[in-house]
Write a protein that binds this ligand. Structure first.
Ligand code: ATP
Length: 323
């Protein structure tokens, strides 16, 4: 069995509902295994600044149901410099942290990989609303975010139908279209624009809106992914081209907040405990993932080399049903 005595935990990148449940699982599982736990504030920024606190079972009371992250999070430019990375690795060692759990997205994993090359033992847990981590079928926060977006889209749809408008609703996801695709499928949107395959041909959109209006459709909902953006300008151009009132709604940061769904709490809890198990087994530099419904772990290099595509079948049925 491994020699781990002290586990550090941080959240990094964009916050995601369920990060607190993951922190709770890491802290309590580590304590149950007889380990010390240190919480690092504001991701890699707090690590470099040595903003670190001891955590016990009570430090994570009453957080499983809360959105955001009690450890807070940040994007940290210093991690892209040799000096910043070295400082971060030194702080890990000075604090006696022999296993560092990083809860975040792909970028946070790249930071973890860089730290591993300086001798830090890292374990990544997928925490991002974007679902864009290739090695895993699920990322903590996606279910909550997609349901938050969906309930907003349903509301916009009510008013769009009443006014017979065209509505462009912009959802998050950075450069990935998973959130947009799921929102499109679940809301029955007429068009879904994904960064992975959008051809920027607005005439096709305009023709589709006009054809649907002739078919008797009372609204036209376009889900636009953040990676494409420019929804307000797009709405103005579409209104000019179709003669139909067209409004843009950018859902923005409300998609990141709120109490995590059951699915996110369960995924976060399972993956948090699994991360501690992996460290206690003496494994080094692993990424926790969900594959075919099972929680698994991959070598961090292997995980970061994986790729994933947007599911073509779901893209196709979205179009097929928008008649
Ligand atoms: P999300 O996409 O959900 O916001 P993320 O983890 O992908 O999450 P990023 O902003 O891409 O978010 O990365 C978080 C932080 O990880 C960065 O601010 C930086 O500190 C660190 N990081 C990202 N890429 C690297 C890299 N190549 N080398 C070192 N550190 C990195």
């Amino acid at each position: 069995m491994g020699q781990i005595k002290t586990i550090g935990v941080l959240t990094s990148g964009g916050d995601a509902p369920g990060m607190n449940a993951a922190i709770r699982a890491v802290v309590r599982s580590a304590i149950s295994h007889g380990k010390n736990v240190k919480g690092i504030k504001r991701g890699y920024t707090g690590l470099i600044k040595n903003d670190i606190m001891d955590m016990d079972a009570r430090s994570v009371s009453d957080i499983i149901q809360r959105g955001g992250t009690v450890l807070q999070t940040a994007r940290c430019e210093e991690m892209f410099t040799e000096e910043g990375l070295k400082r971060a690795a030194d702080v890990v060692k000075e604090n006696g942290i022999d296993g560092l759990v990083v809860i975040g997205g792909d970028g946070s994993y790249r930071g973890a990989l860089a730290l591993s090359s300086l001798g830090v033992n890292v374990v990544g847990i997928p925490g991002t609303i974007d679902l864009d981590i290739p090695c895993t079928n699920y990322t903590i926060g996606f279910d909550t975010a997609v349901n938050t977006a969906l309930s907003a889209i349903d509301k916009v749809r009510d008013t769009s139908t009443s006014h017979q408008r065209c509505s462009i609703i912009e959802v998050m996801g950075r450069n990935a279209g998973y959130l947009a695709l799921w929102c499109g499928l679940a809301s029955g949107a007429e068009d879904v624009l994904l960064p992975e395959n959008y051809d920027y041909d607005e005439q096709t959109l305009v023709d589709h809106i006009i054809a649907n209006r002739k078919r008797g459709k009372k609204h036209h909902i376009i889900i636009n992914a953040e990676g494409i953006g420019h929804s307000v300008d797009m709405a103005q151009r579409i209104e000019a081209a179709t003669g139909l009132e067209t409004r843009a709604t950018i859902l923005g940061h409300m998609q990141r907040g709120g109490s995590p769904t059951c699915k996110d709490r369960v995924a976060a809890t399972t993956m948090g405990c699994y991360a501690v198990d992996v460290l206690c087994q003496g494994k080094k530099n692993r990424i926790i993932a969900e594959t075919k419904g099972e929680v698994v772990d991959y070598d961090i290099n292997e995980a970061l080399e994986m790729t994933k595509e947007i599911p073509e079948y779901q893209v196709a049925i979205c179009k097929e049903l928008a008649i």
